[in-house]
Design a protein around this ligand. Structure first.
Ligand SMILES: Cc1cc2nc3c(=O)[nH]c(=O)nc-3n(C[C@H](O)[C@H](O)[C@H](O)COP(=O)(O)O)c2cc1C
Length: 266
C-alpha cells in the first residue's frame, strides 16, 4: 500500500465528484454504512492460524485516525501486538482475573477470556489521561475545577471510544469479526500489562480491540426496539426505569442478551 492509498482527500466535495457518489440523502449511501454497522459482530474465539496482512492494520488504524475528539486532541495510541507469547500472557491474566471475580461473587456473566490468545488482530488501546487538560478545566483544585475535570474525563473517554469504534467498523468492513474488551480498567491489570508492552507509567490502557476470522459461528445479539430508545421533543417517561426495574433487568435479562442469538430470545 502506498501513502496515497491511505491519505484522506482534503477537498471532500471534489473527491465526491470524482468518484461520482450518489447525491446527499440518497438511501444507497446509508445502506452501505448500515451493512457494515449491522455486520460488526462480536466473537470471542478466532481462527488463530490466520495472519492479518500488515496493510489491514494500516487501513483499520487509518479509520481510527479520523475519529472525532474533544478539542481535536486525538488522545489515542494503538499498540499492535503480534507476538503470540505476549497475547497468551495477556489472555492468562484475564482468565485469572475472571476466576478472581467469580470468587469475589461479582455475579457478572463473564465470557471465556482464553479466546483472547486466538485473536489474529490484537490492538491495545491507550490514552494519556493528562489530555484532560486540553479540555475546559480550571486546574486550581477547587470544587468547580473537580466538576469540570470530571466532565473532561468523559470527553477524553468518549473521544477514544469514537476513534476505537471507527477502527472496529473498518475491521468489520474488511469482513472480520471483532471483540471489544474493557475488563482491564483495574489498576492491577494496568500494572500487569505495562511491562509486557513497555507502556510508560503515565499512559492508561483503556481497552483491547481484537479482530479476525471467527472460530465460532457469529450471531446477532438482541437490540432494543427503536421505540424503546427514541424520545421526541421531550424525555418520554414511559421509558424511565425505577431502581427496582433496573435491578430486575440485570438479574433476569442481562445474561440472556449478552451471550445469546437475538433470534433465540423470547
Ligand atoms: C465499551 C464496551 C466494553 C465492552 N467490554 C467487554 C468486555 O470487557 N468483555 C467482553 O467480553 N465484551 C465486552 N464488550 C462487548 C459487548 O459485550 C458486545 O459488544 C455486546 O454484547 C453486543 O454484542 P455485539 O458486539 O455482537 O453487537 C464491550 C463492548 C463495549 C462497546
Amino acid at each position: 500500500m502506498t501513502e496515497t492509498d491511505i491519505t484522506p482527500a482534503v477537498d471532500l466535495a471534489k473527491a465526491e465528484a470524482e468518484v461520482d457518489l450518489p447525491p446527499i440523502g440518497d438511501r444507497s449511501r446509508y445502506d452501505a454504512l448500515m451493512q457494515v454497522i449491522r455486520n460488526r459482530v462480536t466473537v470471542r474465539k478466532f481462527d488463530a492460524g490466520f495472519v492479518v496482512p500488515e496493510a489491514h492494520y494500516e487501513l483499520i488504524l487509518e479509520a481510527a485516525r479520523h475519529g472525532p475528539s474533544g478539542a481535536n486532541a486525538q488522545p489515542w495510541q494503538y499498540i499492535i501486538v503480534r507476538d503470540a507469547a505476549v497475547k497468551q500472557q495477556i489472555a492468562d491474566y484475564f482468565v485469572a482475573e475472571q476466576r478472581f471475580r467469580a470468587r469475589a461473587k461479582m455475579k457478572f456473566p463473564t465470557p471465556d477470556y482464553r479466546g483472547l490468545a486466538t485473536a489474529p488482530g490484537f490492538v491495545v488501546v491507550c490514552s494519556d489521561m493528562r489530555w484532560v487538560n486540553a479540555f475546559p478545566v480550571l486546574n486550581d483544585g477547587s470544587d468547580l475545577d473537580r466538576m469540570y475535570r470530571e466532565n473532561a474525563e468523559r470527553i477524553l473517554l468518549q473521544s477514544v471510544a469514537a476513534s476505537t469504534m471507527s477502527a472496529h467498523l473498518a475491521a468489520a468492513a474488511l469482513g472480520y469479526n471483532v471483540w471489544w474488551v474493557t475488563a482491564i480498567g483495574q489498576q492491577e491489570a494496568q500494572e500487569a500489562m505495562r511491562p509486557l508492552l513497555n507502556i510508560p507509567e503515565e499512559i492508561s490502557v483503556l481497552d483491547i480491540f481484537l479482530f479476525g476470522p471467527p472460530a465460532q459461528s457469529p450471531y446477532k445479539r438482541w437490540r432494543r426496539p427503536i421505540e424503546e430508545i427514541l424520545h421526541r421533543d421531550e424525555y418520554n417517561r414511559d421509558h424511565f426505569m425505577s431502581d427496582e426495574d433496573l435491578a430486575e433487568w440485570i438479574r433476569t435479562r442481562r445474561h440472556r442478551v449478552m451471550y445469546r442469538d437475538a433470534s433465540k430470545i423470547d
